[in-house]
Design a protein around this ligand. Structure first.
Ligand code: HEC
Length: 167
């Protein structure tokens, strides 16, 4: 009985020390991670880009068709509206005052998404061709701005393409 109590004591000391190290390790890991999450502006920009990316991909899936339906046009419209209004947010809150390229690419992003809105709303003969053209221009703004900032996401965004800037 005496031996059993000593064993339990010893075991609980070991357990205590182990949990101390586990906790310590977790704190050390969580530290810098938490700091990153604390920058709300960076987080907001990331969320904004994710929304742009979501609608960008919805339209990308519908490029190169022989025929498009009204529901495709609705997607192009939604892409244009989302990217255009988020470009406004970029212009208002995120464009660094001394970065001309950032500014130009943001303005272009707005311009080409507005073109998409127009063609997708009017749905005239040739509207789809115009949307494909505007979408191609829009895609270049993503590429140019990321390239300018050294953001390496081309391979996942545009498989098989280089990151060279395109006018
Ligand atoms: C004017 C500059 C600019 C333009 C134009 C731009 N981006 Fe970005 N993008 C950024 C910046 C800055 C980041 C880095 C955000 C961060 O800190 O996570 C980023 C990050 C991203 C990310 C990664 C988000 C994440 O999860 O970390 C995706 C995806 C993305 N952009 C998609 C797009 C797409 C699609 C377009 C074009 C329709 C586009 N971007 C146009 C500046 C731009």
């Amino acid at each position: 009985m005496f031996l059993g109590t000593r064993l339990i004591r010893r075991l609980s000391v070991i357990l205590l020390i182990t949990s101390f190290f586990v906790l310590w390790g977790e704190c050390a890991l969580a530290g810098p991670e938490e700091k990153k999450e604390e920058d709300p502006k960076k987080k907001e920009l990331k969320e904004l880009m994710k929304k742009i990316d979501h609608w960008y991909k919805q339209s990308e899936e519908r490029m190169g068709y022989n025929m498009v339906t009204n529901s495709d046009f609705e997607v192009f419209l939604k892409t244009g509206e989302t990217v255009s209004s988020l470009s406004d947010v970029l212009l208002k809150k995120f464009v660094p005052p001394d970065d001309k390229i950032y500014l130009k690419e943001t303005k272009d992003m707005k311009k080409y998404s507005d073109e998409m809105i127009k063609s997708a709303t009017e749905r005239y003969v040739g509207a789809y061709e115009d949307i494909q053209y505007s979408f191609g221009r829009l895609r270049n703004t993503c590429k140019n701005c990321h390239n300018h900032l050294g953001i390496q996401i081309y391979t996942s965004l545009y498989p098989g393409e280089t990151s060279k800037e395109t006018p």
